[in-house]
Write a protein that binds this ligand. Structure first.
Ligand SMILES: Nc1ncnc2c1ncn2[C@@H]1O[C@H](COP(=O)(O)OP(=O)(O)OP(=O)(O)O)[C@@H](O)[C@H]1O
Ligand SMILES: [Mg+2]
Length: 257
């Protein structure tokens, strides 16, 4: 059985989606079979690989339809040729899904249940979660064995980490004893900025003892343009571009799997 990793941080814009898509592509480049689950109603991962979330809504082939409308998961999963990864698309309907999860007994388990049918087909399943500690993030953390936490190395971004770690501990205790923090991934790091270096040092000092801090992904141009073009940055940017930091993370995760 493969490894399921939730990419989570309730703070917005810290690189969760960028991490999910590029790390998945890096793992696929190493020869692994990878599924990205877009568990965010914003459908950013779906859009970032050049897919049209609106079309999947029309076709009733999004995560919401898998969770609540009896669409078989195998029917909703699409192959992204350029990146050689599979993706389970999201769409705005997942916002309604979040309300249903709140009102359903065992609502935090629906994603885990839905993934049972495909777990054996993949070496890695990466779940891109939304910027909150709501029902889809909880579902991601229940469905996963590992959580990877991207953290932007800026002051305000660091402040939410204790709350996230507390949430992980609660879910470990209550619903998912096998959940482990696989590490913190510093993102959007600009080593020229003193405060970025200070935050990186502080992450290392305060959390380095309890979890691994991966080498940072530096802030660079090219990420946004790639998404706009519907291309995965790792596939289109040169080998000396900072996006290749995701290859290091992929190698470490693959080594441990
Ligand atoms: N290393 C980087 N250098 C420059 N830009 C980056 C980098 N990583 C991500 N970005 C850009 O930062 C923005 C936020 O990234 P992303 O969407 O991955 O964050 P997120 O945590 O998923 O956001 P949300 O919380 O809204 O889901 C995007 O425009 C993305 O292209
Ligand atoms: Mg995102």
């Amino acid at each position: 059985m493969g490894v399921t990793i939730a990419i989570a941080n309730q703070k917005g814009g810290v690189g969760k989606t960028t991490t999910a898509v590029n790390l998945a592509t890096a793992l696929a480049d190493l020869g692994h079979k990878v599924l990205v689950v877009d568990a965010d109603p914003q459908a950013s991962a779906t859009a970032a690989v050049g897919l049209d979330a609106f079309q999947f809504e029309q076709d009733k082939a999004t995560l919401f339809h898998v969770l609540f409308q009896q669409t078989p998961i195998a029917k909703a999963i699409v192959h992204v040729d350029a990146a050689r990864i599979d993706l389970l698309p999201s769409g705005i309907s997942l916002a309604e899904g979040e309300m249903r999860i709140r009102n359903e007994a065992g609502g935090d388990m629906v994603l885990k249940e839905a993934l049972q049918d495909v777990r054996d087909l993949y070496d890695f399943i990466l779940i891109d979660t939304p910027p909150n500690l709501g029902p889809m993030t909880a579902n991601g953390l229940v469905a996963a064995q590992r959580v990877l936490i991207p953290v932007k190395t800026a002051f305000l971004d660091m402040l939410g980490i204790p709350l996230l770690l507390e949430t992980v501990t609660k879910l470990q205790r209550r619903l998912n004893p096998s959940l482990k923090v696989v590490g913190i991934l510093p993102t959007l790091h600009d080593p020229k900025l003193k405060v970025n270096r200070q935050v990186l040092d502080e992450l290392q000092e305060k959390l380095g003892g309890m979890t691994r801090i991966f080498p940072p992904v530096h802030r660079a141009t090219g990420f946004d343009q790639a998404s706009y073009n519907g291309e995965v940055a790792l596939k289109v940017l040169p080998l000396d571009h900072p996006v290749n930091a995701y290859r290091t993370v992929a190698k470490e995760l693959a080594h441990e799997a």
